[in-house]
Design a protein around this ligand. Structure first.
Ligand code: NMX
Ligand code: MLT
Length: 472
């Protein structure tokens, strides 16, 4: 099934060849790798777009009336869970297996995407190429994209001034989003729209804005970090470094392991299909033809909520509160009591549960593998491992939690904390930098495919009562 889906999705793409990867022994995959050696990603998109437009047209004309499911009252009242209602090309989430980026699971991405060093973590630029084109790039193509991003990374001075206008105590996400909104004045899309650009060309300035935004985000994010926690001593971009390593460098971390962690972190947080709060918000706002800066700033505001991206902050703060109260060598029984205390005080256990996933998040697992390799004896990692044993049975016992297993946020904080990035309130900003890669890649395709204004129908309770009485 997986094999079929991957082949059917990707075999439509031109200029590619299907190759069986001999090193994927236990997870046979057919991959589309670049056969064109062109280093400029725009030319690949120019070639792909007409054929994907045709594909969408065909789906509309041949299958437009096919039903995808029934909408129930529970779905309307239950946050639209289980309701298929969005087109999102860059990734797809399976409840049991987790995320696939253009058909590739996280372990597969770790095997086939170019890395900074042999056997190392994927370079996020490679993932950006994959999400945009559906093809695995060569190392040369990734290096060219890296260089292009570096060439766009300069931040106009007014962005720093906008951030500086906020109190230093403002939440890092507020400062970061302010920076993103301040970047909006450079939007090529907005200017082109004002000048009457033809709709068939929308994707081009959207692409320009998206690449600039992705390129500039690490510097804006690092500015917020250094302003808040390092006396405002700013570290400039290093032209010899890739995207993930440069981000770590601008934050003030230069160890090879922290560079690897940042590459992995940015890669795995990038995209989680279209229905999550940040992606959905970005997509909704963009559907009004708001430019990528406006759309992504909106997405960040959703990410800043504690049930979504802010959960990574909440997890580390919660873990630290456990340590403060019970010490690092807490027993499993003490930990159980602490979890119950949290639940009984009307709070959630952060880092556990999910709106779609029904098994342990593969993003959790790859971070666990990173920890087992690089920091097996870290006391906080060991505490996270104990939580993996203790929390799921308790959430199951509650009887209402649909997924008792850990999600991506249950693990990220202890890794960052180990390498010295200890300021938990900052963590969601890191998630935000990464999430731009997925949201902007899809946004370029939204424009290329001419997706319409998003405007679902809402109803009142009275409407529901009347409708249900009539149909009973
Ligand atoms: N701790 C306590 N209660 C929970 C948890 C949890 N970790 N997860 C779900 N529940 C409760 C939930 O609050 C709801 O209770 P009630 O009916 O009283 O309102 C009930 O279980 C059913 O919820 P579900 O259908 O299982 O979950 P839903 O899809 O509504 O929400 C989350 C998904 C992720 C919002 C929820 O699991 C949660 O609050 N988890 C903790 C916060 C978190 O880790 N969020 C990060 C998600 C990943 N991300 O990065 O965005
Ligand atoms: C995400 O990465 O966006 C979260 O896991 C939440 C989701 O998918 O709903």
């Amino acid at each position: 099934m997986v094999l079929y889906r991957s082949v059917s999705l990707l075999s439509k793409l031109k200029n590619t060849r299907a190759v069986r990867q001999p090193n994927l022994a236990n997870s046979v995959r057919w991959l589309q790798i670049q056969t064109s050696s062109d280093l400029d990603i725009r030319s690949h998109l120019k070639e792909l777009i007409p054929e994907q437009q045709e594909r969408l047209k065909k789906i509309k004309s041949e299958y437009g009336k096919v039903q995808l499911g029934n909408i129930t009252v529970d779905m309307v009242l239950g946050g639209m869970r289980g309701m298929t209602g969005l087109l999102w090309e860059t990734s797809l989430l399976d409840p049991d297996e987790g995320i696939r980026f253009r058909g590739l699971s996280i372990p597969e991405c770790q095997k086939v995407l170019p890395a900074a060093k042999s056997g190392g973590e994927p370079l996020p630029e490679g993932l950006l190429w994959l999400l945009l084109t559906g093809k695995v790039p060569t190392k040369e193509q990734v290096d060219a994209l890296s260089a292009e991003l570096r060439s766009r990374a300069t931040i106009p001075d007014h962005v720093y001034k906008a951030i500086d206008a906020l109190p230093i105590t403002a939440h890092p996400m507020t400062q970061f989003t302010t920076g993103v909104l301040a970047l909006q004045v450079q939007s090529e899309f907005s200017k082109a729209y004002e000048n009457g650009i033809h709709k068939s060309k929308y994707w081009e300035p959207t692409f320009e804005d998206s690449l600039s935004l992705i390129a500039q985000l690490p510097a804006v994010a690092a500015y917020v970090y250094r302003r808040m926690y390092k006396n405002g001593e700013i570290i400039p971009v290093d032209d010899s470094l890739d995207y993930g390593a440069n981000f770590a460098h601008m934050l003030g971390f230069n160890s090879p392991d922290m560079q690897e962690l940042m590459r992995l972190y940015v890669t795995i947080h990038s995209d989680h299909e279209g229905g999550n709060v940040s992606a959905h918000t970005g997509h909704l706002v963009a559907s009004a033809l708001s430019d990528p800066y406006l759309s992504f700033a909106a997405a960040l505001n959703g990410l800043a909520g504690p049930l979504h991206g802010l959960a990574n902050q909440e997890v580390l703060l919660w873990i630290k509160s456990v340590v403060d109260e019970c010490g690092e060598n807490i027993s499993k029984d003490q930990l159980k009591d602490y979890v119950w205390k949290t639940l009984n005080s009307g709070k959630v256990v952060p880092g556990f549960g999910h709106g779609v996933l029904r098994k342990t998040d593969p993003r959790y697992m790859c971070q666990r593998e990173f920890a087992l390799k690089h920091l097996p004896d870290d006391p906080l990692f060991q505490l996270v491992s104990k939580l993996y044993d203790v929390v799921p049975p308790i959430l199951t016992e509650l009887g209402k939690v649909k997924n008792p297993w850990p999600n991506v946020d249950a693990h990220s904080g202890v890794l960052l904390n180990y390498y010295g990035l200890t300021e938990a309130r900052y963590y969601t900003v890191l998630f935000g930098v990464s999430r731009a890669i997925g949201i902007c890649s899809q946004l370029i395709w939204d424009r290329a495919l001419g997706l319409p204004l998003e405007r679902p129908k809402s109803v009142t309770m009275e409407w529901l009562e009347n409708h249900c009485k009539k149909s009973a």
